[in-house]
Design a protein around this ligand. Structure first.
Ligand code: COA
Length: 178
């Protein structure tokens, strides 16, 4: 299937936010299934994406995969996948890129689009491309492994750490005054 990969534009932000919601995959939990049923689309996410990705100093960059009109999705979209990434820095290795999301609509999978997006992201000048994938997402884990990625949890024992909500507020509160 013919597709092209290009940088996301501000006017793509709406479909991008839709894809971002679609990529929320539901592990086998009835509660989470219910959540997805009632919150299928987040307008909040749309405005945040538009603000943070399409401003003068964007927080992220994003590539989208676009098919021709004749191959548009059953919902009428020509943007059928995306790779959203940003830059990080390793004090061991230097310039690194973090692939936050890689997503292809189910009906377009198996056509090389996911690989195409990931390879394009890899072309930014960096020495490593990193990402996190949930334990239960074995298709994605297999996909990355098939492309030669190493699982750092297995090989180096890394834990993925997060502060948010109250724990983040507490850090901010405890920050020394300037
Ligand atoms: C993971 C995902 C992006 C792959 O996209 P895709 O367009 O279906 O994959 P491609 O067609 O580009 O596959 C390219 C290659 O990977 C291989 N591949 C694809 N899925 C695979 C799998 N589950 N296991 C092993 N290899 C796989 C293909 O055989 C192909 O190999 P080749 O290059 O030797 O021909 C897609 O399945 C997806 O959107 N999944 C849901 C979202 C998700 O889980 N994202 C990752 C979260 S971290």
């Amino acid at each position: 299937m013919n597709y092209k990969i290009r940088a996301a534009r501000k006017k793509t932000a709406k479909i991008l936010s839709l894809l971002c919601m679609c990529k929320v995959q539901i592990p086998p939990s009835p509660l989470l299934k219910l959540f997805k049923m009632y919150f299928p689309f987040s307008f909040f996410l749309f405005s945040e994406l538009e603000r943070d990705g399409f401003c003068q100093n964007p927080f992220f960059e994003c590539l989208v995969a676009e098919v021709s009109d004749e191959h548009r999705s059953k919902d009428g979209h020509t943007v059928v996948g995306y790779g959203l990434y940003y830059y990080t820095y390793s004090t061991w290795k230097g310039r690194s890129v973090y692939l936050e999301d890689l997503y292809v609509m189910p009906e377009f999978r198996g056509n090389g689009i996911g690989k195409g997006l990931m390879c394009k992201v890899a072309k930014v000048k960096c020495v490593r491309l990193q990402l996190a994938v949930l334990d239960w997402n074995s298709p994605a884990r297999d996909f990355y492994a098939a492309k030669g990625a190493q699982d750092l949890t297995d090989s180096e024992g890394w834990h993925f750490i997060r502060f948010d909500g109250l724990s983040l507020d507490n850090l901010v509160k405890d920050a020394p005054k300037d």
